[in-house]
Design a protein around this ligand. Structure first.
Ligand code: C5P
Length: 202
């Protein structure tokens, strides 16, 4: 497993995070949620920093900000993610994480297409917009947020459109990715499908 890399991409709230953590635990691999990098930059921009400067100065403690999961930070993340220089500034960190010995799972939007095009296994996790918004809504309400389902759905759709339509590293399945639609799968079934797809490549 010198540098076995698993790339997991997909739209917001499709289940990438949950699947990635379970897959990493199953294979004993390290896991990087690359969305956190963009969220950390987005959070700094909301505080007034220039996007490129925030990306260049990204540090470990910025990845632990407690508000990184908020919808405002998610929107800001997807706005900075459109900027090619911001994406370039975050590239090396992601590639070195993937290359370190022991195997790695990276999840995001462009892992299989741009960051790790040679990944040994690629999975595209998707689900209907309604199901994804429902999951994100339950998560946010569970965390005590005062927000409506309609607002969450509008947020998810806006972010997906921005991620798909951007010129640089748009959200799309790699040609050699296995797609898993989690609309009607529970967590166990989705994780099992991902592990099967990866085992086929090992
Ligand atoms: O995955 P998450 O929802 O945390 O990502 C937040 C935003 O960061 C996404 O909407 C997307 O714009 C951006 N992102 C990206 N490329 C990645 C991961 C996240 O552009 N690899």
């Amino acid at each position: 497993d010198a540098a076995f890399t698993i790339a997991i991409d997909g739209p917001a709230a499709a289940g990438k995070g949950t699947i990635s953590k379970a897959v990493a635990a199953h294979f004993g691999f390290r896991h990087l949620d690359t969305g956190l990098l963009y969220r950390a930059v987005g959070a700094q921009v909301l505080l007034g920093m220039e996007p490129l400067q925030a990306a260049q100065r990204l540090s470990a403690d910025m990845l632990e900000g407690s508000n990184l999961r908020s919808p405002e930070v998610a929107q800001s993340a997807s706005r900075v993610a459109v900027i090619p220089e911001v994406r370039a500034a975050l590239l090396d960190f992601q590639r070195s994480f993937a290359r370190r010995a022991g195997g790695a799972v990276l999840d995001g939007r462009d892992i299989g297409t741009v960051i790790c095009p040679d990944a040994e296994a690629k999975i595209f996790v998707t689900a209907s917009a309604d199901v994804r918004a429902r999951r994100r809504f339950d998560e946010l309400v569970g965390a005590g947020a005062a927000i409506s389902f309609e607002q969450v759905l509008a947020d998810v759709l806006e972010r997906d459109a921005r991620d798909r339509d951007r010129a640089e590293a748009p959200l799309k399945p790699a040609a050699d990715a296995v797609t898993i639609d989690t609309s009607t799968l529970d967590i166990e079934a989705a994780v099992a499908a991902a592990i099967r797809a990866i085992k086929d490549r090992r």
